[in-house]
Design a protein around this ligand. Structure first.
Ligand code: ZN
Length: 319
């Protein structure tokens, strides 16, 4: 009798742990302005965002950065996206349990070559590009308009999606090299703000994932890549944790039937298209949100999520 009580207790404890883990990862949803709290870490009212194809294209802005050249950027970006593609999915990604041998997530992101456009934009009437662009001189929009939180933002991903279905139409990443010494050295080199860690995190946002809300593990090398804050001089976010793997596998199950087409919506555009004139920007929820307006012919409402940035844990003072 006593023995069976013990067994019950043990399973219950394990169940609690599993449940907490299950709610650690979050997907970005169509809900505008959702702010996670400890009581409600993930939005459960909106529709989760997703790419409808199995293959998605990305393009690096051809000027790259004065500190990180085009070839290096393309190479690191591909590695960062591949970390997600190469995950091995568990049997149950929602509870994050089962052996992690059920195949790879049904999403991959491929380099379509450099583009000229250095703006974050979605064009409702002409072609598009899912761009990675550096802000070397100042943390601003492409037209020079200052962006908020320059001191604490390493990078920002803006996702444009259909607010009725959650389908992602466009995703652009901006890297804040104006305010941060972002480096590409491999350990044990002199890592400051590790470019690959930053891009792997932003790639998660690009694919529709939100920040994970686990407390940081005692062993910080087990910190999920989708943890909201990056710790200077660390490279552990290059590698996905089980929590990240469960998130990507839940969003893109291995057996999902989807075509492989990397072409951005309405074709690949190398030059800027001027954005959608009906799309406005406004501030909200501590970050910026692109407003919702009907976008022309297909009468789809296009919005963007809260800009998804990667913050800095702490700046260490130079001795
Ligand atoms: Zn982030």
């Amino acid at each position: 009798m006593r023995r069976s009580e013990l067994v019950l207790l043990a399973s219950f404890t394990l169940g609690l742990l599993t449940t907490r883990d299950a709610f650690a990862w979050c997907r970005t949803t169509t809900t505008q302005g959702f702010v996670p709290t400890s009581e409600k870490p993930c939005d459960d009212t909106g529709i989760p965002l997703y790419w409808s194809t199995r293959c998605v294209g990305f393009s690096v802005q051809r000027d790259a950065s004065r500190w990180i050249d085009l070839a290096t950027t393309r190479s690191v970006a591909q590695k960062s996206f591949d970390a997600w593609k190469n995950s091995s999915c568990p049997a149950d990604p929602v509870s994050c349990t089962g052996s992690f041998d059920q195949g790879h997530p049904s999403i991959e992101v491929k380099d379509l070559g450099p583009v000229s456009c250095d703006c974050v934009e979605y064009n409702g009437k002409v072609g598009n590009a899912n761009t990675i662009v550096f802000r070397d001189l100042a943390w601003t929009e492409c037209d020079g308009t200052p962006k908020s939180d320059a001191d604490t933002t390493l990078a920002l991903t803006t996702v444009t999606f259909n607010t009725e279905t959650g389908e992602i139409y466009d995703a652009d990443m901006e890297v804040n090299t104006a305010n941060n010494p972002i480096t590409t050295d491999d350990p044990p080199g002199r890592v400051l703000y590790d470019f690959q860690s930053i891009l792997t995190h932003e790639a998660g946002h690009f694919l529709g994932l939100a920040h994970t809300n686990l407390p940081q593990p005692t062993d910080k090398t087990k910190t999920p890549t989708m943890y909201a804050r990056y710790e200077q001089r660390e490279v552990y976010m290059r590698d996905l944790s089980n929590d990240d793997v469960c998130a990507i596998c839940a969003a893109y199950p291995p057996n999902r039937s989807a075509p492989c087409d990397t072409t951005p919506r309405r074709g690949l555009a190398l030059e800027c298209g001027g954005g959608d004139p009906e799309t406005t920007t406004k501030s909200g929820c501590g970050c910026m949100v692109l407003g919702q307006k009907p976008s022309g012919l297909d009468a789809v409402i296009v919005g963007a999520t809260c800009l998804l940035g990667l913050g800095v844990v702490a700046r260490r003072r130079r001795r």
